[in-house]
Ligand binder design. Structure first.
Ligand SMILES: *Cc1c(COP(=O)(O)O)cnc(C)c1O
Length: 395
């Protein structure tokens, strides 16, 4: 149920209804979880292709819960089709595996999820002879300058993990297409509630479902959204043959979590804006990176492609390495843990010995915090930060 009344239904309606229906067998108003590895074969199985993707044959080829989730995610992202896999990284590696061949060239953002950096900068190039160029994609001219006749893919992440650097999706889509390449955008930090790369011209959108879309910190998954003809290839190569299939249970959990994505994102957006302003007002804070702040380097572009600025903030303290760890140790509501987009607030201190620190702009060089602002009461989150800063002697 994506269209009714002569128009596309709103994102809150789609998050509730697309991919769900009354179960024909039982009459249950929620589709059941189907934990089965295989589906009954037809009278003459020789008519089947054992590598068929999407079919109810064997759960690595396709299954009901993953298909329902694919319908929902495609609808939320405004894409034609979707493949869901075991994790966000399974989606990224599946996309790269299916779209890049020996001798092809890929251009990618210098600020990305760490696995993208490893896959493209260390593995695909050395193991499979894929040419790779890392660029500062917040400057579209640098993307243009990096394009080669054999460039097949441009991969960007915006906002980028962990610095929240913003890249202009429309302009980079134009550049990629003019050079005969495709554009993929990792949309995990924004979520489809705040930004829909396919509608802005991207060919592929990648999501870690582990983060905002599931939203409850209890199931991992990943998705690639795009055109059916492209996704048929990815499904065949990366789901059926690489095998990074999602468990039906996790697909069912993410289906359940995604119902409240629009409501949660509104709370994340509101809380993060308020907390970014609060952090900025504190004398011991050296900088705050949040694309919703009017003086943020990414604000102007973010405003044109995001309808909300998300729940992720990076910030620094005027304090040494040890004091930064001490501050975190005093937090009571905010938990020190990786991952993001969960209901609860999570923080990570990224110290100056992080190997990619030199790629980030100078503000980040002395260590910084990546803060996933949760949906708790903003006032309580701010009190928690303030008391921890005071306990560490910073406020
Ligand atoms: C977490 C994350 C991923 C990887 O997702 P997993 O589900 O952990 O494999 C990819 N991209 C971004 C931007 C992320 O934050």
């Amino acid at each position: 149920m994506t269209r009714e009344y002569g128009r596309e239904l709103g994102i809150r309606t789609r998050a509730v209804h697309v991919g769900n229906d009354v179960d024909k067998d039982s009459g249950a108003i929620k589709r059941p979880l189907t934990m089965a590895n295989s589906y009954e074969l037809p009278y003459d199985p020789s008519v089947l292709n054992w590598s068929d993707a999407g079919a109810n044959l064997y759960t690595r080829n396709g299954g009901t819960n993953q298909r329902f989730l694919q319908e929902r995610i495609a609808s939320l992202e405004g894409g034609e089709d979707c493949v869901v896999l075991a994790s966000g990284v399974a989606a990224l590696s599946g996309l790269f595996f299916a779209t890049l061949n020996k001798g092809d060239h890929v251009v990618f953002s210098d600020v990305t999820y760490i696995a993208v950096y490893r896959l493209l900068n260390e593995l695909f190039n050395r193991k499979y002879g894929v040419e790779t160029t890392m660029v500062d994609s917040s400057d579209p001219e640098k993307v243009e300058a990096a394009m080669r006749p054999n460039t097949k893919l441009v991969h960007i992440e915006t906002p980028g993990n962990p610095t929240l650097k913003i890249s202009d999706i429309r302009r980079i889509a134009d550049i990629a297409h003019r050079h005969g390449a495709k554009l993929s955008v990792d949309n995990t930090f924004a979520s489809p509630y705040n930004q829909r790369p396919i509608e802005l011209g991207a060919d592929y959108c990648v999501e870690s479902l582990t983060k905002y879309i599931n939203g409850h910190g209890d199931a991992m998954g990943g998705a690639i959204i795009g055109r059916k003809e492209d996704l048929d290839i990815i499904r065949a190569q990366s789901q059926v043959n690489l095998g990074g299939v999602i468990s039906p249970f996790n697909a069912w959990m993410i289906m359940r979590g995604s119902v409240t994505l629009p409501l949660r994102m509104r709370a994340h957006n509101e809380n993060a804006m308020e907390i970014a302003r609060h952090l900025k007002s504190l004398p011991c804070v050296s900088f705050v990176s949040y694309p919703g702040l009017e003086d943020d380097p990414g604000y102007e572009v973010a405003k044109t492609q995001m309808s909300g600025f998300g729940g992720m903030i990076s910030f620094g303290l005027k304090a040494g390495h040890d004091k930064c760890n001490e501050f975190v140790s005093h937090l009571k509501i905010i938990t020190s843990a990786v991952s993001l987009g969960h209901d609860e607030s999570l923080i990570v201190f990224l110290g100056e010995d992080d190997e990619r620190m030199h790629l980030y702009d100078k503000r980040f060089h002395n260590g910084f915090f990546r803060f996933s602002v949760g949906i708790e009461d903003a006032e309580d989150i701010m009190s928690d930060i303030d008391q921890a800063l005071r306990s560490a002697g910073l406020l």
